[in-house]
Design a protein. Structure first.
Length: 267
Protein backbone atom coordinates (compact mmCIF):
# COMPACT_ATOMS: atom_id res chain seq x y z
CA UNK A 1 0.00 0.00 0.00
CA UNK A 2 2.98 2.36 0.38
CA UNK A 3 3.30 2.54 -3.41
CA UNK A 4 -0.36 3.52 -3.75
CA UNK A 5 0.02 6.17 -1.04
CA UNK A 6 3.04 7.63 -2.84
CA UNK A 7 1.25 7.60 -6.21
CA UNK A 8 -1.82 9.34 -4.77
CA UNK A 9 0.39 11.87 -2.95
CA UNK A 10 2.53 12.73 -6.00
CA UNK A 11 -0.32 13.01 -8.50
CA UNK A 12 -2.56 14.94 -6.09
CA UNK A 13 0.28 17.35 -5.26
CA UNK A 14 1.01 17.82 -8.96
CA UNK A 15 -2.68 18.41 -9.66
CA UNK A 16 -3.04 21.06 -6.97
CA UNK A 17 0.19 22.74 -8.07
CA UNK A 18 -0.93 22.85 -11.71
CA UNK A 19 -4.32 24.30 -10.72
CA UNK A 20 -2.59 26.96 -8.63
CA UNK A 21 -0.29 27.86 -11.53
CA UNK A 22 -3.33 28.19 -13.81
CA UNK A 23 -4.50 31.15 -11.69
CA UNK A 24 -3.02 34.50 -12.65
CA UNK A 25 -2.02 35.62 -9.15
CA UNK A 26 -0.91 32.28 -7.69
CA UNK A 27 0.85 31.25 -10.89
CA UNK A 28 3.05 34.33 -10.77
CA UNK A 29 3.83 33.63 -7.10
CA UNK A 30 4.75 30.00 -7.74
CA UNK A 31 6.86 30.23 -10.91
CA UNK A 32 7.98 33.87 -10.71
CA UNK A 33 6.52 35.04 -14.02
CA UNK A 34 3.23 35.57 -15.77
CA UNK A 35 1.82 32.95 -18.11
CA UNK A 36 -0.24 33.55 -21.18
CA UNK A 37 -3.95 32.72 -21.20
CA UNK A 38 -3.29 29.59 -23.27
CA UNK A 39 -0.60 28.36 -20.89
CA UNK A 40 -2.88 28.90 -17.89
CA UNK A 41 -5.64 26.97 -19.60
CA UNK A 42 -3.32 24.04 -20.29
CA UNK A 43 -2.19 24.05 -16.65
CA UNK A 44 -5.85 24.03 -15.62
CA UNK A 45 -6.65 20.89 -17.61
CA UNK A 46 -3.38 19.28 -16.53
CA UNK A 47 -4.29 19.86 -12.89
CA UNK A 48 -7.67 18.19 -13.19
CA UNK A 49 -6.13 15.33 -15.15
CA UNK A 50 -3.56 14.68 -12.43
CA UNK A 51 -6.26 14.77 -9.74
CA UNK A 52 -8.28 12.24 -11.77
CA UNK A 53 -5.22 9.95 -11.94
CA UNK A 54 -4.71 10.31 -8.17
CA UNK A 55 -8.35 9.33 -7.61
CA UNK A 56 -7.90 6.33 -9.91
CA UNK A 57 -4.88 5.14 -7.87
CA UNK A 58 -6.88 5.56 -4.65
CA UNK A 59 -9.76 3.46 -5.98
CA UNK A 60 -7.36 0.88 -7.46
CA UNK A 61 -5.57 0.54 -4.11
CA UNK A 62 -8.51 0.63 -1.70
CA UNK A 63 -11.58 0.18 -3.97
CA UNK A 64 -14.80 2.13 -3.68
CA UNK A 65 -15.37 1.61 0.05
CA UNK A 66 -12.13 3.21 1.30
CA UNK A 67 -10.56 4.79 -1.80
CA UNK A 68 -12.69 7.99 -1.74
CA UNK A 69 -11.80 8.49 1.93
CA UNK A 70 -8.08 8.13 1.14
CA UNK A 71 -8.16 10.63 -1.75
CA UNK A 72 -10.19 13.18 0.25
CA UNK A 73 -7.73 12.86 3.14
CA UNK A 74 -4.71 13.40 0.92
CA UNK A 75 -6.36 16.31 -0.94
CA UNK A 76 -7.17 18.02 2.36
CA UNK A 77 -3.62 17.60 3.66
CA UNK A 78 -2.02 18.77 0.41
CA UNK A 79 -4.35 21.76 0.09
CA UNK A 80 -3.53 22.95 3.61
CA UNK A 81 0.20 22.37 3.09
CA UNK A 82 0.22 24.28 -0.21
CA UNK A 83 -1.73 27.18 1.32
CA UNK A 84 0.80 27.51 4.16
CA UNK A 85 3.84 27.13 1.87
CA UNK A 86 2.86 29.76 -0.68
CA UNK A 87 3.69 32.83 1.49
CA UNK A 88 7.27 31.53 1.86
CA UNK A 89 7.66 30.29 -1.71
CA UNK A 90 11.14 31.40 -2.93
CA UNK A 91 10.07 32.39 -6.46
CA UNK A 92 7.59 35.03 -5.38
CA UNK A 93 8.23 38.38 -7.09
CA UNK A 94 9.20 41.30 -4.90
CA UNK A 95 6.32 43.47 -3.86
CA UNK A 96 6.24 46.69 -5.86
CA UNK A 97 4.31 49.84 -5.19
CA UNK A 98 0.64 49.38 -5.87
CA UNK A 99 -0.66 50.89 -9.04
CA UNK A 100 -3.84 50.54 -10.93
CA UNK A 101 -3.69 48.38 -13.97
CA UNK A 102 -6.26 47.28 -16.45
CA UNK A 103 -7.36 43.70 -16.45
CA UNK A 104 -5.84 41.62 -19.23
CA UNK A 105 -8.13 40.79 -22.06
CA UNK A 106 -8.54 37.05 -22.24
CA UNK A 107 -9.50 35.78 -25.60
CA UNK A 108 -12.22 33.20 -25.82
CA UNK A 109 -10.71 29.83 -26.56
CA UNK A 110 -12.78 27.03 -28.02
CA UNK A 111 -11.26 23.58 -27.82
CA UNK A 112 -11.10 21.66 -31.10
CA UNK A 113 -13.81 19.07 -31.65
CA UNK A 114 -11.39 16.07 -31.39
CA UNK A 115 -10.09 17.35 -28.04
CA UNK A 116 -13.60 17.84 -26.69
CA UNK A 117 -14.58 14.38 -27.90
CA UNK A 118 -11.59 12.84 -26.12
CA UNK A 119 -12.42 14.68 -22.88
CA UNK A 120 -16.02 13.48 -22.98
CA UNK A 121 -14.86 9.94 -23.74
CA UNK A 122 -12.42 10.05 -20.81
CA UNK A 123 -15.12 11.31 -18.43
CA UNK A 124 -17.25 8.30 -19.38
CA UNK A 125 -14.55 5.65 -19.83
CA UNK A 126 -12.44 6.24 -16.70
CA UNK A 127 -15.30 5.83 -14.16
CA UNK A 128 -16.61 2.87 -16.14
CA UNK A 129 -13.17 1.23 -16.12
CA UNK A 130 -12.72 1.80 -12.39
CA UNK A 131 -16.20 0.49 -11.64
CA UNK A 132 -15.66 -2.60 -13.79
CA UNK A 133 -12.38 -3.41 -12.07
CA UNK A 134 -13.90 -2.96 -8.63
CA UNK A 135 -16.80 -5.24 -9.59
CA UNK A 136 -14.45 -7.78 -11.17
CA UNK A 137 -12.31 -7.98 -8.03
CA UNK A 138 -15.43 -8.56 -5.92
CA UNK A 139 -16.54 -11.30 -8.27
CA UNK A 140 -13.15 -13.02 -8.36
CA UNK A 141 -12.79 -13.19 -4.57
CA UNK A 142 -15.81 -15.47 -4.04
CA UNK A 143 -15.05 -17.50 -7.18
CA UNK A 144 -11.52 -18.51 -6.14
CA UNK A 145 -10.76 -22.08 -5.10
CA UNK A 146 -9.89 -21.00 -1.55
CA UNK A 147 -13.36 -19.47 -0.97
CA UNK A 148 -15.36 -21.20 1.78
CA UNK A 149 -18.81 -22.54 0.89
CA UNK A 150 -21.18 -23.08 3.78
CA UNK A 151 -24.65 -22.91 5.25
CA UNK A 152 -25.74 -20.55 8.02
CA UNK A 153 -29.29 -21.00 9.17
CA UNK A 154 -31.38 -21.68 6.05
CA UNK A 155 -29.04 -19.81 3.70
CA UNK A 156 -26.16 -20.97 1.55
CA UNK A 157 -23.18 -18.63 1.30
CA UNK A 158 -19.62 -18.19 0.02
CA UNK A 159 -17.04 -16.15 1.92
CA UNK A 160 -13.46 -15.27 0.98
CA UNK A 161 -10.75 -12.74 1.75
CA UNK A 162 -10.51 -10.05 -0.92
CA UNK A 163 -6.80 -10.56 -1.50
CA UNK A 164 -4.41 -13.24 -0.34
CA UNK A 165 -1.89 -10.66 0.88
CA UNK A 166 -1.14 -9.80 4.50
CA UNK A 167 -3.51 -7.31 6.18
CA UNK A 168 -3.16 -3.72 5.03
CA UNK A 169 -2.19 -1.03 7.52
CA UNK A 170 -4.04 2.26 7.57
CA UNK A 171 -4.07 5.24 9.95
CA UNK A 172 -2.02 4.80 13.13
CA UNK A 173 -0.62 1.54 11.77
CA UNK A 174 -3.99 -0.21 12.13
CA UNK A 175 -4.10 -3.63 10.41
CA UNK A 176 -7.27 -4.22 8.39
CA UNK A 177 -8.43 -7.18 6.34
CA UNK A 178 -11.21 -7.15 3.75
CA UNK A 179 -13.63 -10.00 3.11
CA UNK A 180 -16.36 -10.66 0.56
CA UNK A 181 -19.57 -12.56 1.21
CA UNK A 182 -22.17 -13.86 -1.22
CA UNK A 183 -25.52 -15.47 -0.46
CA UNK A 184 -27.67 -17.34 -2.93
CA UNK A 185 -29.90 -15.09 -5.02
CA UNK A 186 -33.09 -16.35 -3.38
CA UNK A 187 -31.57 -16.11 0.12
CA UNK A 188 -30.40 -12.53 -0.19
CA UNK A 189 -33.86 -10.99 -0.05
CA UNK A 190 -34.52 -12.69 3.32
CA UNK A 191 -31.42 -11.28 5.06
CA UNK A 192 -31.45 -8.00 6.93
CA UNK A 193 -27.74 -7.76 7.69
CA UNK A 194 -24.53 -9.77 8.02
CA UNK A 195 -21.61 -8.97 10.34
CA UNK A 196 -18.01 -10.13 10.75
CA UNK A 197 -15.57 -9.82 13.67
CA UNK A 198 -12.73 -11.43 15.58
CA UNK A 199 -13.80 -13.42 18.65
CA UNK A 200 -17.29 -14.63 19.46
CA UNK A 201 -19.85 -11.80 19.64
CA UNK A 202 -21.65 -11.38 22.96
CA UNK A 203 -24.78 -9.88 21.39
CA UNK A 204 -26.11 -8.59 18.11
CA UNK A 205 -24.97 -5.08 19.04
CA UNK A 206 -21.42 -6.40 19.34
CA UNK A 207 -21.59 -8.58 16.23
CA UNK A 208 -18.86 -6.62 14.47
CA UNK A 209 -18.83 -4.57 11.29
CA UNK A 210 -21.70 -4.96 8.86
CA UNK A 211 -21.14 -6.13 5.30
CA UNK A 212 -22.17 -3.53 2.77
CA UNK A 213 -22.58 -3.40 -0.98
CA UNK A 214 -25.00 -4.50 -3.64
CA UNK A 215 -26.96 -7.70 -3.47
CA UNK A 216 -25.10 -10.87 -4.33
CA UNK A 217 -21.67 -9.76 -3.22
CA UNK A 218 -21.13 -7.83 0.01
CA UNK A 219 -17.84 -6.67 1.48
CA UNK A 220 -16.42 -5.51 4.78
CA UNK A 221 -13.03 -4.47 6.18
CA UNK A 222 -12.47 -5.63 9.76
CA UNK A 223 -9.90 -4.45 12.28
CA UNK A 224 -7.44 -7.01 13.64
CA UNK A 225 -7.03 -6.51 17.42
CA UNK A 226 -3.44 -6.18 18.72
CA UNK A 227 -3.98 -9.15 21.06
CA UNK A 228 -5.61 -11.37 18.42
CA UNK A 229 -4.79 -15.09 18.60
CA UNK A 230 -5.44 -17.89 16.18
CA UNK A 231 -7.79 -19.48 18.72
CA UNK A 232 -10.12 -16.46 18.58
CA UNK A 233 -11.55 -17.37 15.16
CA UNK A 234 -13.48 -15.07 12.85
CA UNK A 235 -17.22 -15.02 13.48
CA UNK A 236 -19.98 -14.47 10.93
CA UNK A 237 -23.34 -13.26 12.26
CA UNK A 238 -26.42 -13.13 10.03
CA UNK A 239 -29.74 -11.54 10.99
CA UNK A 240 -32.92 -12.35 9.07
CA UNK A 241 -35.68 -9.85 8.34
CA UNK A 242 -37.94 -11.82 10.65
CA UNK A 243 -35.53 -11.43 13.60
CA UNK A 244 -33.64 -14.75 13.75
CA UNK A 245 -29.89 -14.50 14.39
CA UNK A 246 -27.34 -17.13 13.39
CA UNK A 247 -23.60 -17.40 14.14
CA UNK A 248 -20.81 -19.35 12.51
CA UNK A 249 -17.09 -19.44 13.33
CA UNK A 250 -14.19 -19.86 10.91
CA UNK A 251 -10.63 -20.88 11.71
CA UNK A 252 -8.36 -18.00 10.78
CA UNK A 253 -5.89 -20.37 9.06
CA UNK A 254 -8.69 -21.61 6.80
CA UNK A 255 -10.38 -18.31 5.99
CA UNK A 256 -7.25 -16.17 5.65
CA UNK A 257 -3.83 -17.89 5.81
CA UNK A 258 -2.10 -14.52 5.34
CA UNK A 259 -3.85 -13.12 8.41
CA UNK A 260 -2.87 -16.20 10.39
CA UNK A 261 0.79 -15.66 9.46
CA UNK A 262 0.47 -11.99 10.38
CA UNK A 263 -0.87 -12.89 13.84
CA UNK A 264 1.79 -15.55 14.41
CA UNK A 265 4.58 -13.10 13.54
CA UNK A 266 3.26 -10.63 16.12
CA UNK A 267 3.16 -13.20 18.92
Amino acid sequence: MTAYHMAVLLFAWGGFFALAVSMEKHGKELIGRELSAGQRQRCYWLGWGLLAIASAFAVAGWHWNIGPVVIVGWLSAIGVLLAFLMPWWPLQPKQAARKEKSLPQLRDTVLPVPVRALLVLALVAVPAWLGFNAWKMSEQAVLRDDAIHGQIGPWAFVIAEESQDVPEKFAWDTPVKEFHLRFCEACDSEIRAAYLKFRKPRSLRAAGLAFHGARWTREVAIYIPPAARLEDQIWLTVESKSGEVYHQAFDIERLSPATARFIQEKQ
